[in-house]
Design a protein. Structure first.
Length: 192
């Protein structure tokens, strides 16, 4: 018997943004879907507009699994996770142990298929840069939506995340931010 997929199902029980007052709570299952969609979009933009030949479908699948280790660790808030180098290093170790713990729940014949999706060390590094950008982009979108609902709690996070995204050297990300990101500030009536 394997517990792997039953553990993945529990992503819906891990809430994000634990230190923040949210108008809508977001769990890692919801977040992972967003990251999958955004990863696919960024790679597709890169392929169509900048001539890369990357696998957008694979990037989307990587996005689905990118936070799977948080089933075990929980979502450690960013200010805590990056408080100092010692905590950051310790968390990386914990994350690696959690990834291996999840993978150990798989039968041996399936483990090698899931390892590059779960383990950051085994991931496709070129696609990983798109997934990391999509992860931050998802966080920015969360901030934009919270601020649009009148929640000023996310104002500083929005600025910090936007600055980090603008500092990334990923042309497809710039395209997304210019062409698609503004729509997240619109109401439903304005989207139609």
């Amino acid at each position: 018997m394997s517990n792997f997929f039953a553990m993945l199902y529990r992503m819906r029980y891990i809430d994000r943004w634990g230190l923040m007052n949210n108008t809508k709570v977001e769990n890692i299952s919801e977040h992972s879907l967003d990251v999958a969609v955004l990863s696919h979009a960024l790679v597709t933009i890169s392929n169509k507009r900048f001539g890369t030949k990357l696998n957008a479908d694979r990037a989307a699948v990587m996005g689905v699994f990118h936070d799977a280790s948080e089933i075990i660790t929980g979502d450690l808030p960013t200010p805590v996770k990056y408080y100092n180098d010692q905590i950051r290093s310790a968390y990386k170790q914990i994350e690696g142990i959690s990834e291996q713990s999840l993978l150990s729940m798989l039968p041996n014949d399936l483990r090698q298929e899931y390892e590059p999706l779960i383990s950051t060390d085994s991931a496709d590094k070129e696609l990983l840069s798109f997934v990391k950008a999509a992860d931050k982009l998802s966080a920015l979108i969360k901030c934009i939506c919270e601020i649009r609902m009148g929640n000023r709690e996310f104002t500083k996070a929005e600025r910090t995340i936007r600055d980090a995204l603008e500092g990334m050297d990923l042309p497809a990300l710039r395209v997304f931010m210019e062409e698609f990101l503004p729509a997240y500030e619109l109401t439903l009536d304005e989207l139609e």
